[in-house]
Write a protein that binds this ligand. Structure first.
Ligand SMILES: *[C@@H]1O[C@H](CO)[C@@H](O)[C@H](O)[C@H]1NC(C)=O
Ligand SMILES: *[C@@H]1O[C@H](CO)[C@@H](O)[C@H](O)[C@H]1NC(C)=O
Ligand SMILES: *[C@@H]1O[C@H](CO)[C@@H](O)[C@H](O)[C@H]1NC(C)=O
Ligand SMILES: *[C@@H]1O[C@H](CO)[C@@H](O)[C@H](O)[C@H]1NC(C)=O
Length: 456
């Protein structure tokens, strides 16, 4: 039966592909002709439908990454989608996080600058332009803010598809990280100005143990949607008898049945009767060799001044050059994992300038903590300049030249992430000008060679 069917298809395919021949065949094999005409029409129908569906899916389904990547990303601005034409080019590089949806939980809030598979999830065309941009450029970055109320708990959870790097801007939190295999748990009170690093698939929790709200600025190493599983959701999705056999509690499955799933999503929780539930909270701290794999004192680390401001770095250094013991542990931990980020804080003094420059090996994403600035970005074929203020997220795809000029009375303070676990490679405009021969510049700019002595 199967063979027959296959052969019939084969025949039809041949007929269809040699379209001119089959009318002759039809004459010869008169008895078959009606059947054949029908089958060929049917096949034609199927093919036409398939092509139709394919075209529709190319047009409507979220596939621009591939379409745009083929023209090298330069045309990122001139979108093929007419709806997007009205959106300012700058929104490929700028996201007003403050205007994004606030995901509210009993114990806190989460906001995102991210890519969505379903375009209807974007609140605005501007947000969509940014989401598509970080995805089209294969940025390996997503940004989010996490606020946790005093005593609130970001539920233990893990991310399937991303490392998490973050900066605690304010507050104090007791963090736990559970690694693989021997399931070593590392716990630490992280304080403002420190960096966290949760490798992909490590289970981690964050409990606010201070009186003030915690504010975490988080970078995840994916430009797809982040895939996360909370431990309570994993528990309630496991059949009771399986959970009982895995966890082996006293009272067995009957004890498991006493657990009640909360009606509301408890991603960040804060039970109203917490004081009844918890009496003996202890906040143990693990030894240094464990702690500094996941934490780094960015605020306390060495300052790298430049004429307009100061950099501080949380990054991998080959051979741990210039690092102290705790920093070296962090550097090696970053290097052990794939797709890690380099983090930095950048302070640009009032009126200071972050020179035009670009990076060879990393996309860059940043969040404005304080101050304000004017930013310029040049992609091949696209230029944009715009102002940024507190709560804005910026994105500079690899290779794009950019500058940042601090324009408020207050210093500009940014937290930055670069999508490389290696040392960042950078070229400044002033350096590539200096390194280009005078006569090449003279010819390029139609100017006397001697005039180029004016550049220092
Ligand atoms: C961590 O913070 C908690 C809450 O403030 C405190 O009770 C505990 O002593 C701290 N642990 C360490 C080791 O600092
Ligand atoms: C809390 O600690 C006290 C003293 O160590 C102990 O008597 C009590 O049973 C503990 N309560 C719980 C719920 O663990
Ligand atoms: C190592 O550097 C960190 C900052 O990155 C600092 O907090 C810490 O005190 C330093 N440790 C020693 C032993 O100097
Ligand atoms: C760093 O390590 C590399 C190879 O492991 C070596 O070639 C280089 O000399 C080292 N540099 C320093 C400053 O120790």
């Amino acid at each position: 039966m199967d063979n027959q069917a296959f052969e019939m298809h084969g025949e039809n395919l041949r007929s269809a592909s040699h379209g001119k021949q089959w009318p002759q065949k039809e004459e010869r094999k008169g008895g078959w002709s009606l059947m054949k005409v029908f089958l060929v029409c049917l096949l034609a129908c199927v093919i036409t439908t398939a092509i139709g569906v394919l075209i529709l899916s190319l047009v409507y389904v979220n596939n621009p990454p591939f379409v745009r990547d083929t023209d090298g990303g330069d045309k990122g601005a001139s979108s093929s989608n007419p709806e997007e034409k009205s959106v300012d080019v700058k929104f490929q590089f700028l996201n007003h996080l403050g205007k994004s949806k606030v995901y509210t939980y009993p114990g806190g809030e989460i906001q995102w600058a991210r890519f969505r598979n379903d375009v209807n999830e974007y609140l605005s065309d501007e947000e969509m332009a940014f989401g598509k941009s970080i995805n089209n450029h294969r940025s390996k970055m997503t940004f989010g803010t996490l606020r946790i109320k005093s005593k609130g708990l970001r539920a233990p959870h893990w991310h399937f598809n991303a490392n998490e790097h973050g900066y605690l801007l304010q507050g104090t939190a007791w963090v736990g990280v559970i690694g693989p295999d021997d399931s070593v748990v590392t716990t630490y009170n992280v304080t403002a100005g420190q960096v966290i690093f949760f490798p992909r698939n490590t289970v981690h929790w964050i409990k606010n143990v201070g009186p003030d709200e915690c504010l975490f600025l988080l970078f995840f190493t994916t430009h797809e949607e982040l895939q996360t599983l909370d431990v309570d959701d994993a528990f309630f999705s496991t059949p009771e008898d399986i959970a009982a056999r895995a966890l082996q509690p006293q009272g067995g499955v009957n004890f498991i049945r006493t657990f009640k799933k909360q009606a509301e999503d408890q991603a960040v929780n804060l039970p109203s009767n917490l004081n009844e539930l918890v009496q003996n909270a202890t906040y143990v701290q693990s030894p240094d060799n464990l702690v500094w794999q996941y934490f780094y004192d960015l605020k306390g680390s060495a300052e790298y001044p430049f004429p307009g401001g100061i950099f501080q770095w949380a990054r991998y250094r080959i051979n741990g050059t210039g690092l102290n013991e705790t920093e070296r542990i962090f550097s090696e931990s970053l290097n052990k994992h794939e797709n890690t980020l380099t983090l930095a804080t950048l302070r640009i003094f009032s009126n200071g300038l972050g020179q035009p420059h670009f990076h060879f090996n990393a996309n860059e994403m940043g969040y404005v903590i304080s101050g304000c600035a004017q930013v310029g970005v040049i992609l091949s074929g696209v230029t944009a300049s715009f102002n940024i203020g507190i709560g804005d997220v910026i994105f500079f795809p690899v290779g794009t030249q950019h500058y940042i000029k601090s324009v408020c009375d207050e210093d500009l303070l940014l937290i930055l992430a670069y999508s490389t676990g290696n040392q960042l490679e950078t070229l400044r405009m002033k350096d590539y000008f200096r390194r280009t021969a005078d006569h090449i510049l003279a010819q390029l700019f139609f100017k006397q060679q001697a005039e180029f002595k004016n550049f220092p």
